[in-house]
Design a protein around this ligand. Structure first.
Ligand code: FAD
Ligand code: NAP
Length: 556
């Protein structure tokens, strides 16, 4: 048995059904949350659907999958030993390397013995009398805990569009977010990739190199900035390792939790030559940080028009055929959909075996046994790759039948869109927490620091409860509504609502529209939540009533 396999029987079989805390998910968030709970002396368990830890990095094994935030920053900071002993081999590590890092974390902190793999949480109901959560899994286990933490991921509920005829397809099909562990051999195959978001853009160049023919079915063109990925400079690795405290401080001091120095004025205020030089430097540096070349690019229409024009011209220069280049050029504001980071994406369309199918011109009508029918004709394919994304931010939370005080369902509480206090807690759902939930910066930032910030903040809250004899904590309704209004207000001052993005919930048919993350940046967010903590967790109702239950394990 390898260290990545599960080596413990299920909790119920071991007669352990009562916990101080149950964590759902064992990705970056679940692993660190479990570690934190243990540090606090709690009896905790994590329950994970997958047959291994790693979350995103366990599921997304498609060709080309890698992080698009530099690995030095896209990594945990909570353990000095961990960051000193780990070596990243590339500027942007590939999926296998990130997965082995997370497996290393699970081993290093001895987390596996408290993780139940291959198990989905299906329901969690709060019982007011005992102030506990009754948690059910798909294996029929019934567990109980005082605290319930959803670490289920913002981008984990994958979406395969409901295309007519998929069941009739004779070939193989895959979603990028549930890629076979053994990989897929495209040699000699005719392949269709549907979707040109980050997953499509990373996988398309590699699939094109292997497949006999590749059709890319594009609904909306995407902005992508080259990664300029390469092996990690050993000197950079050594220097960062020896100065991690400084490096992590730069992360804390940055708008999106990635070390970067932006300009001190807006792009539209700069003289054209300087602006061009700044954009050019950001382009040469590559990646997601292009969005921060000036601080106002996502806020100011004029500044955004400048960067959009610059990047469009860069995109078009990468494609030989001018009319094809036009079809691949986006028309919404730069960065309003999640920016993609690519390696050879646009150049791939210069290959003879690659055909772009614009679904705006020739809509997809149905899947047929031999391939895909569009209004422009049939595409004969052997394999379909759905790079069609996720029901982001709320999908995995609402997939569980969560019921709070008086049996209220989270699905009903959020029928008009998610309302959450700070993206961490929901009124009516005591002692339940969401790591990087809607209403927090989460996906608008480097996610690992965002996760650590939430887990650390929760750790402090739980300590405060223990020290002050509080049994339950619950977001109050008014502060929650005020927070939701603030999230909306900041979003409406940005250009994000101008695109049909998953940030807005517009990628999932029938989903309530609204900008879900907090767009005020990680510095402002951290200041707000720390201030709330310093004021005795204002906006939260803390109750010291001893509930009618036997507390066998509770140590907080
Ligand atoms: P996840 O890693 O999604 O883990 C959640 C886990 O919960 C999953 O394993 C899932 O199986 C489990 N789960 C969900 N529901 C249940 C249930 N009901 N019962 C049991 N288990 C359940 N972010 C960045 O900042 N930088 C990047 O470069 C970056 N690259 C990405 C690349 C890809 C392909 C994708 C899809 C996302 C990327 N992200 C990136 C976002 C990424 O999701 C986060 O960075 C981070 O990995 C999230 O960790 P998490 O633990 O919160 O969630
Ligand atoms: P995505 O960004 O939502 O892209 C999905 C793609 O599928 C879009 O092009 C979308 O078109 C298309 N699509 C969806 N439904 C469709 C339908 N019914 N018909 C035709 N096309 C359809 O999903 P993703 O690429 O998996 O990325 C999700 C997020 O995960 C990213 O934004 C990023 O945050 C993260 N991620 C990061 C990396 C990385 O580089 N490290 C890699 C992968 C994912 P529309 O644009 O028209 O909706």
């Amino acid at each position: 048995m390898t260290s990545t396999q599960q080596d413990v029987p299920c909790r119920e079989a071991r007669g352990e059904t009562e916990f101080d805390a149950i964590v759902v998910g064992a990705g970056f968030a679940g692993l660190y949350m479990l570690h934190k709970l243990r540090e606090l002396g709690m009896k905790a368990t994590a329950i994970e659907r997958a047959d291994g830890v790693g979350g995103t990095w366990h599921w997304n094994r498609y060709p080309g999958c890698r992080c698009d935030i530099e690995s030095l920053a896209y990594s945990y900071s909570f353990s000095e030993e961990l960051q000193r002993e780990w070596t990243w081999t590339h500027r942007y590590a590939a999926q296998p390397e990130i997965l082995s890092y997370l497996n290393h974390v699970a081993d290093r902190f001895d987390l596996r013995k408290d993780i139940q793999l291959s198990t989905s949480v299906t329901a969690a109901h709060y019982d007011d009398a005992s102030a506990t959560w009754a948690v059910e899994t798909d294996s029929g286990e019934r567990l109980r805990s005082r605290f319930f933490v959803m670490a289920t991921g913002c981008l984990s509920d994958r979406q395969v569009p409901n295309f007519a005829g998929l069941e009739s397809f004779r070939g193989d099909w895959y979603h990028t977010g549930a890629w076979p562990h053994e990989g897929v051999d495209f040699t000699g195959k005719r392949v269709a990739v549907i979707g040109t978001g980050s997953s499509g853009i990373q996988s398309i160049p590699l699939i094109a190199k292997q497949a006999e023919r590749l059709y890319v079915l594009q609904r909306t063109p995407q902005f992508a900035i080259p990664a300029w990925n390469g092996p990690m400079d050993p000197e950079v690795m050594r220097h960062t390792r020896e100065n991690y405290a400084d490096y992590r401080q730069k992360i804390l001091d940055s708008f999106v939790a990635v070390p970067f120095e932006t300009q001190d004025h807006g792009a539209h205020e700069a003289d054209p030559q300087t602006r061009e030089a700044v954009f050019e430097a950001a382009w040469k540096d590559g990646g997601y940080l292009m969005l921060l070349a000036y601080p106002d690019l996502i806020f100011d229409e004029r500044s955004n028009a400048h960067v959009s024009a610059f990047v469009k011209q860069k995109i078009q220069a990468r494609i030989d055929d001018a009319s094809l280049a036009e079809k691949l050029t986006p028309s919404y504001p730069f960065g309003a959909k999640r920016l993609c980071v690519d390696t050879d994406y646009f150049e791939t369309y210069n290959r003879d075996n690659v055909t772009l199918v614009s679904l705006r011109e020739t809509p997809l009508q149905e899947i047929i046994p031999g391939g895909i029918r569009t209004s422009g004709g049939d595409l004969d394919v052997d394999v379909i790759v759905f790079a069609t994304g996720f029901d982001a931010m709320t999908g995995a939370l609402l997939a569980v039948d969560i019921r709070g005080r008086n049996g209220i369902a989270l699905r009903d509480a959020w029928a008009a869109g998610p309302k959450s206090y700070l993206g961490i807690a929901v009124s009516g759902f005591p002692n339940m927490f969401t790591i990087t939930g809607p209403g927090s910066p989460s996906v608008l930032s480097n996610m690992v620091p965002a996760i650590e910030q939430h887990v650390d903040w929760l750790g402090a809250l739980l300590t405060y409860m223990r020290d002050n004899g509080f049994e339950t904590v619950e977001a109050e309704r008014e502060p929650e509504l005020d927070w939701a209004a603030r999230v909306d207000e900041i979003a409406s001052a940005t250009l994000y609502p101008r695109a049909d993005s998953w940030y807005m919930g517009r990628n999932v048919p029938g989903k309530v529209e609204g900008f879900m993350p907090f767009a005020g940046g990680t510095i402002m967010y951290r200041e707000i939540v720390e201030d709330i903590a310093a004021r005795g967790y204002s906006g939260f109702a803390l109750d010291s009533r001893t509930p009618a239950r036997t507390v066998e394990h509770a140590t907080v």
